[in-house]
Design a binder for this molecule. Structure first.
Ligand code: ZN
Length: 410
């Protein structure tokens, strides 16, 4: 994607400031002549920032403003080791509110809506972000936080909530509960804003149908404000990203090379206006692609695709990047194929070969289904695989999150 002149100006301003501010980026940018960064090409030579860098800066090494300007911190849930602490200035909080409010507007939410917020409030950025955006929009926030399904449903009925903000799994749980209790006619929900998790098309359809609502995917990460830096519009073809606040690139996760629009790779984010803890070329580990062209809604904001997965899940075969969600999507479209599979890559006689074992549903013609899977794989992903049909329950299950892709090349 072409960098806009105003984005370049904001980045240069940011870099100048960071070089003088002390802390993490002063060191990172030492010896770099900022004035020479006068084009996208020059910008793309700047080093990446990694999650590990942010952890190493614990607790406040990222802070790029004096203490008196910091109004709060947030923290990413450190599933592995040290968490990341992000300081915010008042301007950062206001910018975040602005972006989040824009997300609601894109989803058709107005100041007449009543927004039931079920993500958690606290150190992490979820609940509080939904609340900020809601207040900025002027809608009524119903700040429930997670859990207590009885209370959630009671409030949803009594307050006549029109918008539900939730994770996909909690939205599904509420939808099922509403169906079970037969209270659907008392529910006034029109829209759901779903954040943070990767979720399949099947789950999406179930939630939308059970609740009879439109669903929107909101994108974001704590390191970059939090949820609210992008959302899909009603045309549901990717998420619009607020490129007046952040600059996005897609890079090859292995080489770091910037990829052309349309090609899948790792999302890299640079903040344009952030004060408390700006980020330059931050590797998100999220896999997506920039969707080329303009959206049918006419918005000027660029789009990224639904997140395909994390970079750790990806393998590269014969120059083609393959990730589990692609295989899952492919199998879900083939009659007779179950969702259980194993994908194995080996290096035999000087070349990479792929084997895909799939459990075939009872009653389906195994050979025929395998043939259709092979053709779809070649057609959609672009490489040939040997497909092996397995009986239901035949493939090994693991206790842990089922690992399905095995790269045995080394
Ligand atoms: Zn659109």
């Amino acid at each position: 994607m072409e960098m806009k002149q105003e984005q370049l100006e904001l980045i240069r301003h940011q870099l100048h400031r960071l070089q003088k501010a002390g802390g993490f980026y002063a060191k990172r940018l030492e010896g770099i002549d900022i004035d020479a960064i006068d084009s996208q090409q020059a910008f793309e030579k700047l080093p990446f920032t990694w999650k590990g860098d942010l952890r190493d800066a614990y607790p406040l090494g990222l802070q790029a403003v004096p203490d008196e300007e910091v109004v709060r911190i947030h923290s990413s849930s450190g599933t592995t080791g040290t968490p990341v602490i992000i300081p915010y200035t008042q301007q950062d909080v206001d910018d975040w509110a602005e972006m989040f409010s824009r997300c609601y507007s894109f989803a058709g939410v107005t100041n007449k809506d009543r927004i039931q917020i079920t993500p958690g409030y606290g150190l992490w950025t979820a609940g509080i972000g939904f609340q900020l955006g809601c207040e900025r929009l002027g809608a009524m926030a119903i700040p429930m936080g997670p859990g207590n399904t009885n209370k959630q449903l009671q409030m949803m009925i009594d307050m006549e909530s029109t918008v539900l903000c939730a994770t996909s799994s909690y939205a599904l749980l509420l939808a099922e509960e509403i169906a079970k209790r037969g209270i659907k006619d008392k529910i006034k929900l029109k829209r759901g804003i779903i954040g943070s998790e990767r979720w399949g098309e099947k789950m999406r359809r179930r939630i939308a149908e059970e609740l009879g609502i439109e669903l929107y995917d909101i994108y974001g990460l704590t390191e970059v404000y939090g949820p609210g830096i992008g959302i899909n519009c009603k045309h549901n073809c990717g998420m619009h990203i607020w490129d007046d606040f952040i600059y996005i690139e897609i890079v090859d996760p292995k080489t770091g090379e910037v990829l052309p629009d349309g090609e899948p790779g790792e999302l890299v984010i640079t903040t344009l206006r952030k004060q408390g803890a700006p980020l330059i070329r931050y590797r998100t580990h999220d896999l997506t692609r920039i969707i080329p062209g303009k959206c049918a809604c006419g918005s000027k904001f660029p789009r990224i695709d639904t997140i395909f997965g994390r970079t750790d899940d990806m393998v590269k075969v014969k120059g083609v990047n393959i990730f589990p969600s692609q295989i899952e999507a492919l199998l879900s479209g083939i009659e007779g194929a179950s969702s259980e599979y194993r994908f194995v890559i080996e290096h035999i006689d000087g070349k990479d070969t792929c084997r895909l074992s799939v459990e075939i549903e009872e009653g389906a013609d195994r050979q025929d289904t395998a043939k259709r899977i092979g053709a779809a794989f070649k057609g959609k992903i672009g490489i040939s695989v040997a497909v092996e049909a397995a009986a239901m329950g035949e493939l090994p299950r693991s206790e842990k999150k089922s690992k399905r892709v095995f790269d045995n090349r080394e």
